[in-house]
Design a binder for this molecule. Structure first.
Ligand code: ZN
Length: 199
């Protein structure tokens, strides 16, 4: 009887967490592997210990009817590892596409790269596909972003106040006004904090 009650309680909690976040519970987030976007092997680069998260937009208008996210991410890698940048890999640790799917970029343990922020050491960099000066982030992207931020804060023991946007670190429009507004009014950090309860 006791164990039946326990099962019921766990099921009820699961339901609450689905209702609370508005989508799948955080532990069910899937990350699409590097193999699936046919990533080149990364070059050696500096390692890092994560102490904050930085959110970006990728910066290119993304048209889902004409572009495939996997091809697009591979193109970013080819450009970044090419002569122009000579980076070790894609600059970001994760990408979130317009459908809210997450793709693994460079390894979490390897420092990211930036042309505008001098020291990105310790930052886990997430880029949402799209240009949010020109288009709106999708609801799926926003839901995934919030759930993923909760998961990452939990994993790396970070408070919600450790979530930054590129604009806070350098003179840039990134992540674009249409995404920035959800940070400016405290919505995103607030949703993460509500779940973590350690803001
Ligand atoms: Zn940025």
């Amino acid at each position: 009887m006791k164990s039946n009650l326990l099962v019921f309680a766990i099921a009820a909690l699961g339901l609450v967490s689905i209702l609370f976040t508005g989508c799948a519970p955080v532990n069910q987030i899937n990350i699409i592997s590097r193999e699936s976007w046919r990533a080149e092997k990364a070059k050696e680069y500096k390692t890092q210990t994560i102490n904050s998260i930085t959110v970006h937009h990728e910066g290119t208008f993304f048209d889902t009817t004409k572009q495939d996210p996997k091809d697009f991410i591979l193109k970013i890698q080819k450009y970044g590892m090419g002569k122009q940048k000579n980076w070790a890999d894609v600059p970001y640790h994760y990408f979130i596409d317009m459908d809210g799917l997450i793709y693994q970029g460079r390894s979490d343990s390897v420092m990211g790269e930036s042309t505008t922020v001098e020291d990105v050491s310790g930052q886990l960099q997430i880029a949402l596909l799209g240009n949010f000066e020109q288009q709106e982030p999708t609801t799926r992207q926003l839901n995934t972003l919030i759930n993923f931020l909760i998961q990452l804060c939990d994993k790396y023991n970070l408070k919600a106040s450790k979530i930054k946007i590129h604009k806070e670190l350098s003179n840039t429009q990134c992540p674009g006004k249409n995404l920035y507004k959800y940070f400016e009014n405290g919505f995103i950090n607030g949703e993460v904090a509500k779940y973590l309860r350690k803001y």
